[in-house]
Design a protein around this ligand. Structure first.
Ligand SMILES: Cc1cc2nc3c(=O)[nH]c(=O)nc-3n(C[C@H](O)[C@H](O)[C@H](O)COP(=O)(O)OP(=O)(O)OC[C@H]3O[C@@H](n4cnc5c(N)ncnc54)[C@H](O)[C@@H]3O)c2cc1C
Length: 419
């Protein structure tokens, strides 16, 4: 029987960061995953450490956008019709949280986490020998219409009040930064303080290797075996049972698989998303290239330069987490993407599918599981799990060890769903 102070369930960017922060504070920690570190959702994101985030992604407020989504013509979102009744209560809550005043409130409540995002990655990547994966070139959001660009005014005002750096560029200035972009857009905003990652899997693996170097132990096991073995929590692994006084559930979209059998139901839904890598096409002036991720705002996809090629990530899909892939958004967006950038052949035969774990108020849960002694949660990071993994790890480790947390953790408490 192996025993440690803490078992962390889930070795995505969030769980791995929590485990590393705990081991740095002198606790004995076991990190359990059914696969390798970083191979879940954390594998496939656009690689943006988006400390610049102001407003969360919101429910569309104009009927034209909604109608296009409903008619399955929009690249921004797709849905499985038979899944809609199941996700409807979540969508209603998400829509309520997308009212302008609530978005401002969310921006304020999330700021302490986003403000630490880059600094906490810097600290972990430096000690993990992973700084080579971080690019300090910001990221670029492109707007094809005047209306879409005009819609940014409130966000940019709020960004200014928080000192979040961004620069408005016209088409020529944006193309001076990224010469391979075709002039199919009118405006761009360069969020200069964002950092991007050239290989998110390698980054999580580097944090896991640092965890091991500091004495942390990794196990292959099924988190669903979590049960009480008084006075401990026990998980069965390939190397035998593991006991600990505290357990952290950091299972991303798989959170309910472990939490609901314990009698705790949180309003987690998934926004599925796809990616596919493309080789840049050769042109007269050499290979097309990107120095930073680029978002085509009206089409909802991102082009992110990765070690594997140009990673095109899609908008969201509302469907059951485990339903078969339906990557129809590629058909809707590829003409726009090819018009913007010289994408060559696809690297993989099939797109990758992941599931962003999302609460309707776009805030994660970081803290104790209500009514379950010794169970802690670090989950629901939605579009920002890569961004917030290390900032979450530090906050939760401070809470668990009784240190002064670097920010007020109350906005991230699970109890908010029971008030
Ligand atoms: C297309 C796309 C683009 C994105 N772009 C960005 C971006 O640019 N920037 C950003 O910050 N975020 C981005 N995200 C979001 C980000 O990827 C996620 O929020 C983040 O990866 C969640 O991390 P996690 O550690 O919570 O979950 P995961 O990485 O999914 O980790 C959960 C782990 O739990 C393990 N697990 C599950 N069930 C069990 C079980 N029964 N037993 C044992 N282990 C189990 C899994 O194997 C997995 O390793 C994007 C997401 C998608 C889908």
């Amino acid at each position: 029987m192996a025993r440690s102070d803490v078992i962390v369930l889930g070795a995505g960017i969030v769980g791995t960061s929590v485990a590393l922060h705990l081991v740095k504070r002198g606790l004995s920690v076991a990190l359990v995953d059914r696969g390798g570190a970083g191979e879940g959702t954390s594998y496939g994101n656009a690689g943006i450490i988006e400390g610049n985030t102001v407003f969360p992604a919101a429910f569309p407020s104009d009927w034209a956008t909604l109608l296009r989504i409903a008619l399955k013509r929009s690249p921004l979102a797709n849905y499985h019709l038979k899944f809609l009744p199941k996700v409807a209560p979540w969508l209603v809550a998400f829509r309520a949280a997308s009212q302008p005043a609530r978005l401002v409130e969310t921006a304020q409540l999330m700021r302490p986490l986003f403000a630490r995002a880059v600094a906490e990655h810097d600290a972990l990547s430096l000690e993990s020998g992973a700084a080579k994966y971080l690019r300090r070139t910001g990221w670029l959001k492109l707007y094809r219409t005047e209306a879409a660009f005009a819609g940014l005014a409130r966000e940019r005002d709020l960004a200014a009040s928080h000192g979040i750096a961004n620069v408005t560029l016209d088409r020529d200035a944006a193309r001076a930064l990224e010469p391979s972009l075709q002039p199919v857009f009118r405006h761009a905003v360069h969020w200069t303080g964002a950092v991007s990652v050239s290989n998110p899997l390698a980054l999580t693996r580097a944090y896991a290797a640092r965890f091991a170097a500091l004495g942390g132990l990794s196990f292959v096991g099924d988190a669903r075996t979590l049960h009480r073995a008084h006075p401990y929590w026990r998980v069965d692994t390939a190397s035998g049972p593991l006991d600990a006084g505290d357990v952290v559930v950091a299972l991303g979209p798989w959170l309910p698989d472990v939490l609901e059998p314990l009698g705790v139901k949180l309003p987690l839904a998934v926004k599925r998303g796809y990616h596919r890598h493309f080789r840049p096409r050769n042109g007269n002036q050499g290979n097309a290239a990107l120095a930073r991720p680029v978002l085509d705002a009206e089409n909802g996809y991102c082009l992110a330069p990765m070690e594997q090629g140009i990673r095109l990530t899609t908008g969201v899909e509302f469907a059951a987490r485990d339903a078969p892939p339906t990557p129809v958004q590629f058909d809707r967006l590829m003409p726009a993407a090819r018009e913007l950038f010289a994408l060559g052949e696809a690297v993989e035969a099939q797109p990758w599918l992941g599931a962003r774990p999302c609460f309707p108020d776009s805030r994660p849960v970081i803290g104790r599981a209500p009514g379950r002694d010794g169970v802690w949660l670090a989950c629901g990071h939605a579009h920002w799990g890569l961004t917030l993994g290390p900032a979450t790890g530090r906050l939760l480790a401070e809470m668990m060890t009784g240190a002064a947390p670097y920010c007020d953790p109350k906005p991230y408490a699970a109890e908010r769903f029971f008030q």
